[in-house]
Write a protein that binds this ligand. Structure first.
Ligand code: AMP
Ligand code: GLY
Length: 433
């Protein structure tokens, strides 16, 4: 098979790495990719949002399967475009990708299908007074969200009623998130632990991957600014077998059924961003693709042929019986550029990448890197995802292995959190007592 992966981050590196191991994959290309991906795939210098260009490339190069990493091309309708030209592609259609592309659409959908989520109301920018009145009805903290895609920045958590009103003005009046804020969502604050569950689905049948936990804040102890994700691990013990069963029954099944009934069946990866509350799992958000950095830990745990699985989704032939057991545990620690998620410098030379190997259970997924002759240079805020794969059920050992590896890799201004996976150990500790 001739496979094209779209995207350029750690998630896409993990996809390419796993697809390389497939016995079905003969040729692999990635648009636009990064220095790490370039070791396994031919890099195609095309933007992930250049839908027409990508379709032309796929046609000319007889691509048998295209796998889409990030959300923008999906929300723009890349799947519709490829399928209209008879090409196979992994991901939801534009209509189905609205589950991520519009938070208001997603919340209305959840309300219609009784899928557990935070209590909410949505408002047009002309309904400022009504929005204020709803804020009065809720107890702080209050969550204010811009409706559309805002690169993970359109969510404001407000500790007081006053700051919620200020947030409302940011979105509705000052338009800080542009047209993403044409509609605004106000919702109650959920208390619990966050986890991500991915369902790989052909619209009817599905496979759940190992539940994962991201670390979105920049500083240890979940403090500081929100980022794209500073590390992840899987499986997340907070998603017990009983919780996972509830996620399937109360969230995944009704979501797939609801999308099918609406005439917009969901195919691809359904990302359920969850809060595990005292009363059970609730949806914080859906995404229409794999998470980043969660992909870097759930993909290595798939015990099977990824190309086979993704092709089965694209052709609507996913057989539930191909679901395989996940092996042990994986931990990914993100190395970022000093200053991220605000301004940072790039072009720093990275040392020590060859000092780690899969034999010792380490794989380094590149996020923001580029090659310059023999050197690998930093080119983004999140630079590397140093990932440890544990072959026995010893999460603590896997965490230790990831941090041992990170000591051997260096670039000027490298920053990483030192507590990735810590919540899992705490959880295991308290449930044992
Ligand atoms: P989102 O972009 O919807 O994933 O939101 C970003 C982050 O904000 C989430 O990962 C949560 O940490 C937090 N968040 C969003 N909505 C809520 C909520 N209703 N209650 C508590 N935290 C939330
Ligand atoms: N890790 C969060 C996301 O991919 O949206």
């Amino acid at each position: 098979m001739n496979v094209l992966v779209i995207g350029s981050g750690g998630r896409e590196h993990a996809l390419v790495w796993k697809l390389r191991q497939s016995r079905h994959v003969e040729a692999l290309s990635c648009a636009p990719g990064n220095a790490g991906i370039g070791r396994y795939a031919d890099l195609v210098p095309m933007k992930a949002t250049d839908l027409e260009g990508l379709a032309r490339f796929a046609k000319e190069n007889r691509i048998d399967l295209t796998v889409v990493g990030p959300e923008q091309p999906l929300v723009l309708g890349i799947v519709d475009l490829f399928e209209s030209q008879g090409m196979r592609i992994f991901g939801p259609t534009k209509a189905a990708a609205r589950l991520e592309g519009s938070k208001v659409f997603a919340k209305d959908f959840m309300a219609t299908h009784s899928i557990p989520t935070a209590r909410f109301k949505s408002f047009h920018s002309s309904e400022r007074l009504e929005a204020e009145r709803f804020i009065d009805d809720l107890a702080p903290p209050i969550v204010v969200k811009a409706d559309g895609l805002a690169a993970g920045k359109g969510v404001l958590i407000c500790e007081t009623m006053e700051s919620a009103i200020v947030a409302l003005d940011e979105v509705m009046v000052k338009k800080s998130f542009g047209s993403a804020g044409d509609k605004v969502l106000i919702e109650e604050f959920l208390v619990g632990e966050e986890a991500s569950v991915f369902a790989i689905t052909d619209g009817e049948r599905f496979i759940t991957l190992a539940p994962a936990q991201d670390h979105k804040r920049i500083l240890d102890g979940d403090l500081g600014k929100n980022t794209g994700g500073m590390g992840a691990y899987a499986p997340a013990p907070v998603v017990t077998d009983a919780i996972l069963r509830r996620v399937v029954d109360e969230i995944i099944l009704p979501t797939l059924k609801g999308m099918e009934v609406a005439g917009t069946p969901y195919r691809g990866c359904l990302y359920c961003g969850l809060m595990i509350t005292e009363t059970g799992p609730k949806v914080i958000e859906y995404n229409c693709r794999l998470g980043d950095p969660e992909a870097q830990v759930v993909i290595p745990l798939i015990d099977g042929d990824l190309a086979e699985m993704l092709l089965a989704v694209a052709t609507g032939t996913l057989d539930q019986h191909v679901a395989r057991q996940h092996a042990a545990s994986a931990v990914c620690v993100v190395m970022a550029s000093r200053g991220y998620p605000d301004d940072y410098e790039t072009g720093m030379s990275i040392q020590g990448l060859d000092s780690v190997s899969l034999e010792e259970g380490i794989v380094v997924f590149h996020a923001g890197t580029r090659r310059d002759g023999e050197q690998i240079l930093t080119s983004g805020g999140r630079v590397l995802g140093v990932t440890a794969i544990g072959y026995d059920h010893d999460l603590q050992g896997t965490i230790r292995n990831a941090y041992r590896a990170i000591q051997r890799i260096a670039f000027d201004g490298a920053y990483y959190r030192s507590d990735i996976g810590g919540k899992a150990l705490k959880y295991i500790d308290t449930t044992r007592k």
